[in-house]
Write a protein that binds this ligand. Structure first.
Ligand code: PMV
Length: 366
């Protein structure tokens, strides 16, 4: 498969008019986790995720011909209306890495306006939604400046490829429903370089599955995902883990097709605990869950035992819990969250979300 390197994508700048492109792209929650990478953002194992609906980034990329041709990249990024130097630097690095694919990035000046639908300091990673929104803007820009893609799936594959270079798991956010990233023998077309959609084979029950995110702690993580991935290189359980994740992605795809919510939940919870066990068994070891994470997990287990309802949790690389359940039990579960779980959340906050339809291109607003 191509690595999209294309030195011919340069512009005759006198022909380029300024313009803007806007995309809204959602976050995703991994059901089987990607943890461990190699090379240029390539995963050690396949993973599968649900794409969310409400938690999303809205990004407008404005471009014009660079007045003074210079070295490097000319970009400024505003987050929620304010210049953000950290993200500006990160975007500069990202665009620089993309130069072999998009040499024209050097010929333009960029202004990026971005905002997240979820509170800025909620302790929710915005890299998946943010990088996928930016990647979609770039691929749309390529279409505007050069040629349209042959079809939607080529467009999406390239957006997913670029998003992956920005932040691994972002590549799965390009598709609504569910997506797989990583080569899986049983899934035709799957790749380590970009994600593929699996929403067509999603059983009805999963198409509007709920994901309520309990904000146990909003503090910045002590160990970044980047550091966590690289600690997997010395983890004594790494080989067994990668094999397990491959088997589980396979099984999860069957479960998603068949609509088996109990087996879904078993794999989901084991994946969450395995991810954190890998952190605890890295060297140096570290712990990202908090006492309240464990208290809530116990309450969820008790609730399941008492009611028989299929409410299960998962975790990202942090202390916050995602509660996954079918829409048929939403009334009961929300009551349970309000009455028994919110007490353990920082500022009594949770975000109600569900499986969504994927990114959307929006009209540019002034
Ligand atoms: O994409 P990254 O490098 O932020 O890593 C994400 C890792 C997990 O969220 C823990 C799992 C996943 O597959 O999304």
């Amino acid at each position: 498969m191509s690595d999209y390197k294309n030195l011919s994508l340069t512009l005759i700048t006198s022909e380029v008019k300024p313009g803007s492109i806007r995309w809204r792209s959602p976050s995703n929650i991994a059901l089987v986790k990607y943890w461990g990478k190699h090379g240029v953002q390539l995963p050690r194992n396949p993973s599968v995720s649900f794409t969310l609906d409400g938690a999303a980034t809205d990004t407008t990329l404005s471009y014009s011909v660079r007045e003074v041709a210079g070295e490097g990249i000319d970009v400024v990024l505003h987050l929620d209306g304010e210049l953000n130097e950290g993200f500006t630097e990160r975007t500069k690095r990202f665009f620089k890495e993309l130069l072999p694919i998009y040499p024209f990035l050097k010929q333009l000046s960029f202004k990026i306006k971005t905002s997240n639908s979820f509170p800025h300091s909620a302790g929710i990673a915005s890299s998946a939604s943010g990088m996928s929104a930016l990647a979609l803007c770039l691929v749309s820009l390529e279409e505007e400046l050069f040629e349209p893609f042959k079809d939607r799936s080529e467009f999406n594959a390239k957006a997913s490829y670029l998003a992956r270079l920005g932040s691994g798991s972002a590549c799965r956010s390009i598709y609504g429903g569910a997506a797989v990233w990583g080569t899986l023998a049983s899934l035709k077309g799957s790749s380590d370089k970009f994600a593929v959609p699996v929403s067509e084979s999603l059983h009805r029950v999963f198409q509007d599955y709920h994901d309520d995110i309990l904000l146990i702690s909003k503090s910045e993580k002590l160990v970044s995902s980047r550091a966590g991935h690289s600690l997997m290189d010395g983890n004594p359980y790494a080989t067994a883990r990668y094999a397990q994740a491959t088997r589980r992605t396979d099984e999860m795809l069957t479960v998603l097709r068949q609509g088996k919510v109990e087996r879904f939940g078993e794999i989901l919870e084991s994946e969450a605990l395995t991810l954190h066990a890998l952190m605890m068994s890295s060297y140096p070891p570290y712990i990202l869950i908090r006492p309240n994470t464990l208290t809530v997990i116990e309450r969820i287990h008790q609730y399941r035992e008492d009611t028989g309802l299929p409410l299960y949790f998962t975790l990202d690389a942090g202390p916050n819990l995602h509660l996954l359940y079918p829409s048929s039990i939403a009334t009961e579960v929300k009551k349970f969250i309000r009455e028994q779980l919110l007490y353990f959340c920082e500022d009594k906050m949770y975000l109600a979300d569900r499986v969504g339809k994927g990114p959307e291109r929006l009209e540019v607003s002034e």
